[in-house]
Design a binder for this molecule. Structure first.
Ligand code: THU
Length: 128
């Protein structure tokens, strides 16, 4: 299957330009597709109370719910130099909840599934 990862990455690069990261100086942009083809984006938004800062993935997942929900199918995040980076541990958990084990992520080592990126994930089924 030919998926245009570079187009998705370009959206992540664009949104990284809107990050609010005055404290770390480290911009992050994230872009994803939902299973209905919707594009979701997010950027990190830091805070003077450092621990309250929001990762780019938080905005993206919020946009997913705010625009109708669904499941994430493809995801990529980049830093301010347009380099593909890995989502932090907390955000892997966020992505796992809303993408499931089949979510595909562009990583610095190539395309990986959510299961590869977060093995043995804790998830909704554990609460039943
Ligand atoms: N950051 C993200 O937005 N997503 C990640 O997955 C990794 C880290 C942000 C948080 C903080 O604003 C900055 O990058 C430096 O850690």
């Amino acid at each position: 299957m030919d998926f245009d990862w570079e187009a998705l990455r370009a959206h992540a690069v664009e949104i990284a330009g809107r990050a609010y990261a005055p404290y770390s100086g480290y911009r992050v942009g994230a872009a994803a597709l939902a299973d209905d083809g919707r594009l979701l984006v997010g950027c990190n938004v830091e805070n003077a109370s450092y621990g309250v800062g929001l990762c780019a993935e938080c905005g993206l997942v919020s946009q997913l719910s705010a625009t109708g929900g669904g499941r994430l199918t493809h995801f990529v995040c980049v830093n301010g130099e347009s380099q593909v980076i890995m989502p932090c541990g907390r955000c892997r958990q966020l992505l796992s909840e809303h993408g499931g084990p089949e979510l595909l992520l562009m990583t610095p080592e190539g395309v990986r599934t959510m299961t590869e990126v977060l093995p043995q994930a804790f998830g909704p089924a554990d609460l039943t």
